[in-house]
Design a protein around this ligand. Sequence first.
Ligand code: SF4
Length: 476
Amino acid sequence: MLRGIRARGEKCGVFAIYTRQGEVAKLTYFALYALQHRGQESAGIAVSDGSDIMLMKDMGLVSQVFSEGDLNSLTGHLAVGHVRYSTTGSPFWENAQPIEVPWRRGSLVVAHNGNLINTDELRAELEERGQRFRSTSDTEVIALLLARSEAPDIEEAVLEVAPRLRGAFSLAIMTEDRIIGLRDPYGIRPLCVGSLRDGYAVSSESCGLDIIGADYIREIGPGEMAIIDADGLRFRRAVEERKPSLCIFEFIYFARPDSFLYGTNLYHARKNMGMALAEEAPVEADIVMPIPDTGIPAAIGFSQASGVPFGEGLIKNRYVGRTFIQPTQDIRRLGVRLKLNPLTLDIRGKRLVVVDDSIVRGNTTREIIQMLKAAGARQIHLRISSPPDKFPCFYGIDTAVQSELIASSKSVEEIKDFLGVDSLHYLSFERLVRSTGRSREEFCLACFDGEYPIPIPEGLGLSKCRLEKENGVRSH
Ligand code: SF4
């Protein structure tokens, strides 16, 4: 999937660190760099020296937001960082994270990956109590609920507030002297813990630990919190664990391929998906090529299983950046042209197997197919390493509304015709799950089957995503 010009927005990335040996702001900066794929809209770092918290955040990429001078001025031994792609709230400064609110005689900061589905209710309750808001994000609601708690400390405040939050949340919370990593009871968004010299770190993905030389310890379990302070690291249950429901799209393309989830390396899982595609839908062809970058591991897997040589047919301009995250169709089309360029000599007259991870609206895919045809491709066989994406997400992924998801209204045959390819195959549900090495019960697969693990309030479903029951959406 071409990030930034498709309909599905990425999620956020969170990171936190506690160490007295090392410059925590710089370590956080590098970790956010590793997590940049999870959000390119804004970046922020909050640092505490044990008594005061300093926060710096702005719109833009990590490298655009912080100068070396900025990082040098953020001194302390605890830090929380965040990269954001808006899911709730609009993309403006106040919604950039971490969010800082007054707490006792100081402040607390919260960084959030996910999306609450009862934000309106919680916000209304706070407003009734006279609370004013600076942002439109659900993260501020969480921070204010914590700050208003009368519990004796932050740990107890989390125990009080966590059961009230419904939806997806992987949080990094920091007071002057303590860090808490917290994961929702379904474990929809990832969060893991690692150790480093005289300290610990919490990261959305293990790649955020790797880059700072931290050793991976384990994932924070659903409903669990990891508490890091002067006494070290300990785990504690914050809310009763429900059916584990990690978002399957983390496996398909969201998370970086060098990260591990559920103990599985995502590059290998994606290669398995490509191998399964080759078994399910073999085809005579000259080259297997990915839509870069996320289609690469599956294309390699397809090539290895089928014996059809792997080749690059499209070169991606990796420096276009966020300039092309624009909503209009015209700009999206321009974005495709500027972001990908076909290797005409390698494509002309060839029968291509083109591998991608998913199709959202289908417009970008059609543009790419047209580009390959214009470059002289003789046949194009499209293989998708996930099942048809029919249902919207309420848990922190900025999907198209349901009526815009091409597979919600068109059959595979109709999509094939719309895209103008010679054949089209989506990976089966069963082989997708088998490729992860885990069982179906451990995932949220709602994009494919409409079975939302956390019941979606009717109003939210109807107003936000225009769910149409007659189309078969289950809004529990
Ligand atoms: Fe992931 Fe889709 Fe579930 Fe959202 S609805 S958490 S994108 S599988």
